[in-house]
Design a protein around this ligand. Structure first.
Ligand SMILES: [Zn+2]
Length: 392
């Protein structure tokens, strides 16, 4: 068989996509710039990176094949060890990885074929990585359309129809309606999913749609005037289900509720948290009121408060209320931070803008404000702050 790229290597992955072990003869072995070796075989079941899909991994005579690339119309298997030209080797693919990639790639064709047929959308981007697949459409889809697309794709899986690849002659190809990113006329490999899709593609696919398993659109965003979808099929969707199911069980066990009550339990937790925060805030306000009532101004007529934890709103309110108590002085509220204090100072009589600048300079501070109120942070201790205010 001849692919889009004619190579000296027979592409076994095009003849049988589920062939994971094969024998081949080494026809070239070249050292790479990185110090490894590039091996060319007379035939291979390893799919080289292409069309948005990563290369297969596996071994040649037990030696790791960490990458496979087509360069200058030659298929190269990259290894750490050299092989003698002429020798026969046994190639072994990481079958599980190859199969799950085929599940995902075939799933992608189904989704693209349906989106094309239903809404005239084109697939304009495709990436099949190690753990996820993304696909881009050149038009937007609503939530409802995404659900409709996902359901139709899974129905195509349940129908368990045949998937096959062939190279139609130029006349047949000209009469054929198929999806393609390129205007090719010769040696075009068409992957057909009966009743769903026909698309020019060089990659291996599963043999029947039933092998794909669940097709799940896990995420979708608006992207370049169209949509980008994250999709998981087969083994990847099962792994995703398992992991999410474990998360749900962990959450619901902690809350002592049934798995289907997770949302209810989290809603309750959120409500409880908001109520607790409101109660804490009210308690802090009450506490600050009590402190304001009990506090005695220092020799300069200033009132200074040092707090461990306080909302910025409560802090500002406390400084403001304190300023009413010391009409000739300053009320400063200092809330501890990792590196010092966050401050708010208010005064009804002393102009604070210049004082703030001096304080920032002396106490490694930042911030500012008006003559009536300044706020910011200080990189200083409580004693240093008290000492500064004993002179102002
Ligand atoms: Zn494809």
């Amino acid at each position: 068989m001849i692919g889009k790229t004619q190579t000296a290597t027979q592409k076994l992955y095009e003849i049988d996509s589920e062939l994971y072990e094969f024998e081949a003869r080494v026809i070239a072995c070249e050292q790479t710039e990185q110090g490894g070796y590039a091996i060319e075989l007379d035939r291979t079941a390893f799919f080289p990176e292409g069309g948005g899909q990563y290369a297969d991994r596996g071994t040649l005579d037990g030696v790791d094949v960490h990458d496979v690339q087509i360069k200058d119309d030659r298929i190269w298997h990259y290894t750490a060890t050299s092989f003698d030209v002429g020798m026969t080797v046994v190639g072994q693919l990481d079958a599980e990885e190859r199969f799950v990639r085929m599940q995902n790639h075939s799933g992608e064709h189904i989704l693209s074929g349906i989106a094309h047929a239903k809404w005239g959308l084109e697939n304009v981007g495709f990436h099949l990585g190690d753990r996820e697949m993304t696909m881009d459409f050149n038009g937007e889809l609503t939530e409802e359309q995404l659900c409709e697309l996902e359901l139709a794709a899974n129905r195509a899986v349940w129908a368990n129809t045949a998937i096959y690849a062939d190279y139609p002659d130029a006349k047949t190809l000209a009469a054929l309606s198929y999806r393609s990113k390129l205007d090719l006329v010769d040696n075009v490999r068409i992957v057909t999913i009966e009743g769903v899709d026909a698309c020019a593609c060089c990659a291996p696919h599963v043999k029947r749609t039933g092998e794909i398993g669940l097709i799940k659109i896990v995420s979708a965003i608006h992207h370049k005037g169209g949509m980008r979808l994250w999709v998981l099929c087969g083994g990847w969707s099962l792994a995703d289900y398992t992991s999410k199911h474990e998360d749900i069980l962990t959450i619901t066990r902690k809350q002592s509720v049934k798995p289907w009550q997770a949302v209810e339990a989290v809603d309750k937790l959120t409500d409880d948290l908001l109520a607790t925060r409101a109660a804490l805030s009210a308690a802090r306000r009450e506490l600050s009121e009590a402190k304001l009532t009990a506090a005695i101004p220092d020799e300069q007529g200033n009132l200074l408060f040092f707090e461990q934890e306080m909302d910025a709103n409560v802090q500002r309110a406390m400084a403001d209320r304190g300023a009413d108590r010391v009409t000739d002085g300053i009320c400063g509220v200092f809330c501890a931070t990792d590196s010092g204090y966050r401050y708010v100072c208010v005064s009804r009589s002393k102009p604070l803008r210049a004082l703030g600048k001096e304080m920032n300079a002396q106490l490694s501070g930042r911030g500012g404000g008006s003559d009536a109120m300044i706020q910011g942070t200080l990189g200083a201790t409580k004693e240093q702050i008290e000492s500064f205010f004993s002179q102002h």
